[in-house]
Design a protein. Structure first.
Length: 312
C-alpha cells in the first residue's frame, strides 16, 4: 500500500510492504493535512519489517552498546543485510549511500536518486516505535538534496512575511506561537526552510508540538513566505532585543538548529551552508527576550529596537 505526502513543494511516496501495512493508519495520522493524491513522486521510500534479524541491534550493533540514533557504516550494513535470509536485494549499494538508525530501525538513503528504505528489526508489538523518527530523517535527507531543511524553530507568517524563532526545548517557541494572534503558525517546532527562485522561504511542517488532535490550521497548509526576520528566542522577565554577530548566528544555526544535519549528504550540507550564510547576510539577527504579557510583534516591528548586529 502507498501513501503520498507533499511538503515544501516536494512529493514523497511511502510504500508499505507486507506486515508493515499495519503502520498505514499511524502514518495517516502523522501526516494529516499533508497527504497528497499524486501518482508521480519526487522521491520514494519503502518500509518493511525484516524478520529473522539474527539478533542484530542498531542500538549499538552486535556489541549492544545503547544508541538512540546514529549514523552507520553503509558497507557494514549491506554486508549484514546480505546474510539475512529475508533481505531482498535491489536497493542501490554504493559509496554515496547513507545508512543510519534509530532504536531497532534501519534507514538507507541514496542521495543520487532520493530513494529510501526503512527496515524495522523488531517483530514484536513495538516494531513501529522508530518509524516516525526514521521517516522524519528521510524527509530531511530528501529536502536537503533540494536545498531545504527542517529547522528547530517556530515559523510564523504575519502580514505575508515569514519569521523564524529559533530556540532549544523550553525556549518558548510553542508559547510564542500560542500568543501570536493574527499570525499563521507553520510549525512551532520544526518548520521547513528552503531556497526557491533565489529567496529563502518558510514552509509548514507536519512535525510540531501543537495539540495533536488539532494539528495545524487548514489555512497554514500550502502556505509559504519569504523570511524577513530571524530571532534566537528565550523567555525573560522583560521584553527586549539585542544583537547577534552574523558569524555567531551562522555557527549556531549549523551546529544546533538544522535537524538531522549529520545525516545529510556532503552536497546537501554545502548547499545549506550557503543558504544560511545568505540568509544571515541579508537579515539583521537578534536575540529576542520575551515574556508572555507583552507585545512581541510591536517590538519586532520597531526598526529602532534592539542592538546593532555585527558583520563577519
Amino acid at each position: 500500500m502507498k501513501l503520498a505526502i507533499r511538503i515544501a513543494d516536494t512529493t514523497i511516496s511511502i510504500t508499505f510492504l507486507g506486515e508493515a501495512e499495519r503502520a498505514v493508519p499511524l502514518c495517516e495520522q502523522y501526516f494529516r493535512g499533508f497527504l497528497h493524491p499524486a501518482e508521480i513522486a519526487d522521491a520514494e521510500i519503502k518500509v518493511s519489517i525484516l524478520k529473522n534479524a539474527n539478533g542484530y541491534s542498531t542500538r549499538g550493533g552486535k556489541a549492544g552498546n545503547p544508541h538512540f540514533e546514529q549514523q552507520l557504516i553503509s558497507r557494514e550494513v549491506f554486508a549484514w543485510l546480505s546474510r539475512s535470509p529475508d533481505y531482498e536485494e535491489g536497493f542501490p549499494e554504493n559509496e554515496a549511500t547513507i545508512a543510519s538508525s534509530c532504536l531497532d530501525g534501519l534507514l538507507l538513503f541514496d542521495p543520487d536518486t532520493a530513494a529510501g528504505r526503512i527496515y524495522l528489526l523488531n517483530e514484536g508489538p513495538e516494531c513501529f516505535r522508530p518509524l516516525h523518527r526514521l521517516l522524519w530523517m528521510y524527509l530531511a535527507q530528501v529536502l536537503g538534496e533540494r536545498n531545504a531543511c527542517f529547522m528547530h524553530s517556530a515559523a510564523l507568517v504575519k502580514e505575508g512575511k515569514g519569521y523564524l524563532f529559533l530556540g532549544d526545548s523550553g525556549a518558548g517557541k510553542s508559547s510564542l506561537s500560542k500568543i501570536s494572534d493574527g499570525a499563521v503558525v507553520l510549525s512551532d517546532d520544526s518548520p521547513i526552510l528552503g531556497k526557491r527562485n533565489g529567496d529563502a522561504l518558510v514552509f509548514p511542517s507536519p512535525f510540531h508540538q501543537l495539540n495533536p488532535s488539532k494539528g495545524l490550521d487548514k489555512e497554514a497548509i500550502g502556505v509559504s513566505a519569504r523570511v524577513e526576520g530571524l530571532y534566537f528566542l528565550s523567555k525573560d522577565e522583560k521584553l527586549y532585543l539585542d544583537g547577534v554577530s552574523r558569524k555567531e548566528a551562522v555557527s549556531m544555526i549549523l551546529k544546533r538548529y538544522i535537524l538531522f544535519f549529520p545525516y545529510l549528504s556532503g552536497r546537501a550540507k554545502s548547499a545549506l551552508f550557503d543558504l544560511i550564510l545568505e540568509l544571515c547576510h541579508r537579515l539583521p539577527i537578534h536575540n529576542l527576550h520575551f515574556c508572555l504579557d507583552q507585545d512581541v510583534w510591536g517590538l519586532i516591528g520597531d526598526p529602532h529596537a534592539g542592538g546593532k548586529d555585527e558583520e563577519f
